[in-house]
Design a protein around this ligand. Structure first.
Ligand code: DNO
Length: 350
């Protein structure tokens, strides 16, 4: 595997120069943050991003993400124009030589938490999710700002309208719209030499009555079967899938095999039915056996990008929730230790 880290561009309080100093991290995961959802990404802007990353001696291994316009998810007549733009962005990635694209197909909201400052006894904090608390939120009345992390994203009217449309759409038509999208974009990705990896829904269950379909092993397998191509793959996110006890991560890794195009590794502590908080990466501090995940990835011969996912905020660092430098760096080192051990165990007879 290649150890990578996410970088949110020039406005990220964590600099490329700092990430470069994390031992073993060779690749960067990034995106263009000044393009409207639905617009095509230009070769020139992507080449500039790649050059900025190359200038510190690292590779731009992954684009996370190019957002899928809601009209595509809703299957509206306008979707074809947005899909054409998406294809153009994928072609631009190919031209610039960026091999992996992470995207998601979640309606309205991407990752969802009820608290961005869940406190730990040691003074650090992380993100958490409580189903009961979520069910008391009335976003149509209070706006998206009532949901931590989604402040200024939608106006109240936009939000009510979108939520109503997706509730009416339901999961079956969302599946149809995902298939429609994949049938158009995957051939383009194949030609461009880009491997796509759909990100599981986070958390992996329906929220606010909105359909969420990328939640478990059978959904991921179903997606891979829509088009049987290495360009139509999965982002294995341990923290998203692992928030549900019914997801057996080592089994999912073995079942998906070479259709895993990207890996996010983080741990969660499950504290109740649909309740969890994020935890440090170590297996003993959360509900996920991270070594079993690393071992399974080594067993399938995974050699693509891996990134430490959300860290806690520690040592007084302030910044983007989940994306400080310090705890993610500890995560990167721990994860590399796990992979080193798993590789030895597999390849050397002691
Ligand atoms: C959260 C991330 C997600 C991810 C998207 C991919 O921290 O893992 O926001 O980037 O779902 O499209």
């Amino acid at each position: 595997m290649k150890m990578t880290m996410r970088w949110f561009g020039q406005d990220d309080p964590v600099s490329l120069a700092n990430i470069r100093q994390v031992p073993g991290v060779t690749g960067m995961v990034s995106a263009l943050y000044d393009v409207e959802v639905g617009e095509a990404w230009s070769v020139a802007s992507l080449a500039k991003l790649r050059d900025d990353v190359n200038a510190v001696g690292m590779n731009l291994d992954v684009i996370e993400s190019i957002s899928v316009h809601p009209d595509i998810k809703l299957g509206l007549p306008t979707r074809d124009g947005y899909i054409d733009a998406y294809c153009e962005s994928i072609r631009a990635m190919g031209k610039v030589g960026i091999p992996v694209l992470c995207y998601n197909f979640m309606p309205v909201f991407d990752w969802t938490r009820t608290n961005l400052l869940h406190p730990f006894a040691d003074g650090s904090h992380a993100l958490s999710f409580n189903y009961e608390e979520l069910s008391h939120l009335n976003l149509e009345e209070d706006g998206a700002g009532a949901l931590p992390g989604w402040g200024a994203v939608y106006s109240k009217e936009e939000l009510s309208d979108l939520m109503a449309k997706f509730r009416e759409l339901g999961p079956d038509r969302l599946w149809e719209n995902l298939a429609y999208f994949l049938r158009k974009v995957v051939p383009v990705a194949e030609e461009a030499g880009v491997r796509m990896g759909i990100h599981p829904d986070d958390p992996p269950w329906s929220i606010f009555g909105l359909p969420r379909i990328v939640t478990d092993e059978s959904a991921l397998v179903r997606i891979c079967k829509i088009i049987d191509s290495p360009s139509n793959g999965v982002t294995l996110c341990t923290g998203s899938l692992g928030a549900s006890l019914s997801n057996n991560l080592p089994q999912i890794v073995r079942r998906l095999g070479d259709r895993i195009n990207f890996v996010h590794m983080r741990n969660v502590s499950i504290t109740g039915n649909k309740d969890f908080h994020e935890s440090p990466h170590l297996s003993v501090l959360g509900s996920i056996d991270m070594y079993q995940v690393a071992k399974s990835l080594v067993a399938i011969g995974y050699n693509g990008p891996v990134r430490p996912d959300h860290g806690r905020m520690i040592w007084g660092e302030e910044g983007r929730p989940g994306y400080g430098l310090f705890d993610r760096s500890l995560g990167a080192m721990y994860l590399q230790g796990l992979f080193e051990a798993a590789n030895h165990q597999r390849h050397n007879a002691w």
